[in-house]
Design a protein around this ligand. Sequence first.
Ligand SMILES: Cc1cc2nc3c(=O)[nH]c(=O)nc-3n(C[C@H](O)[C@H](O)[C@H](O)COP(=O)(O)O)c2cc1C
Length: 375
Amino acid sequence: MNKTDPETLPALFRPFSLRDLEFRNRVVVTPMCQYISDDGHIADWHLDHHGRFALGGVGGAFVESTGVTRDGRITPGCLGIYLDSHVEGLKKITATYHRHDIPVGIQLSHSGRKGSAAVPLEGAQPLVDSGDERAWQIVAPSPIAMTDGWPVPHELTGDEIRALIDEFAAAARRAVAAGFDFIEVHGAHGYLVNSFFSPLANQRDDQWGGDLERRMAFPLAVTEAVRAEMHTAMPLFFRTSVVDGLDGGVTVDDTVALARALKAEGVDIIDCSSGGIIGASGRADERPSPGYLVPYAKAVRERADIATMAVGLIVDGAQANAVVEDGSADLAAMGRQLLYDPNFVLHAAEALDHPDPWSLIPESYGFFLSRRKMG
Ligand SMILES: Cc1cc2nc3c(=O)[nH]c(=O)nc-3n(C[C@H](O)[C@H](O)[C@H](O)COP(=O)(O)O)c2cc1C
């Protein structure tokens, strides 16, 4: 453990608290689907996958987008939390992180009109197109296909909407039982919660759609239901696509209004992504470059007066440190860079002249690695 005064450390290594939970540094494993589940249950792979990050000394980690219903998964390979039998496997993931005193959360999700898709390695296209017997009826606020070639979703009725809110609550209950330290509502990338918020997917004229306030109603109702199942000490994250990046879509102003309302509902931190209302996540009109989404995290943090987590091609220690140091975000979420380098935290600490990089990883490795260059 690090005995140095935290205030003297590079910003990336200063602890951060949300409610009663402390992240020992600011590097967080972003949610990453593994597409390897059987009826939503974890595979041994998940333990290998998360074990690499736990050994690398991250400050916190997320388990991937996890379907609150079977039909709320994106693909048949996606993780689920719609059966009590899912809890046992998820407990093994939380234990993997807890053995190293690392807090871990889960992203609760419903795929909406982007569900019933083939896994990415098999093309990510709608399963109905290939006559796949695992295809299911997709649902959405309005009967608008995601894009050309995608099926028209079933328009949810008021009763169906209320039932789905209950499913989010049941999922949160199971997440607490599985030992998660925090929860994230997946409100980004065009999936169900995001599709209610975006005027490009929600053209209802009832209490669940219309003006900005009514487009916020479903994200807020889901949040309220999830928060009600959580201990007060547990932080709640909400991932949103800060902008759709398309004409007539969600703007930064809309997201600032949503973030303020979410804060009032008990959300502690906004995880700031973008795009995905049509096609893959990320703005359709923007070529990703290192830190390309960080300005959104900064805007939401400043204008909605709420903590933020930045994501999107954060790829080196100095860059990650600057995200925290300059007040753009409180946490730096990383995906592909951590897949590439699960020892990112150690490498960033060395690059940033941390006084004791070896204290950041388990002692069984740190003791020997600190002597590696001495022969
Ligand atoms: C393999 C993989 C799986 C992903 N799965 C999810 C997911 O389950 N939920 C989510 O919100 N985003 C998901 N994403 C997006 C990431 O969370 C992240 O926002 C994106 O990769 C940008 O961060 P990066 O440049 O550090 O990888 C995934 C990305 C990758 C590479």
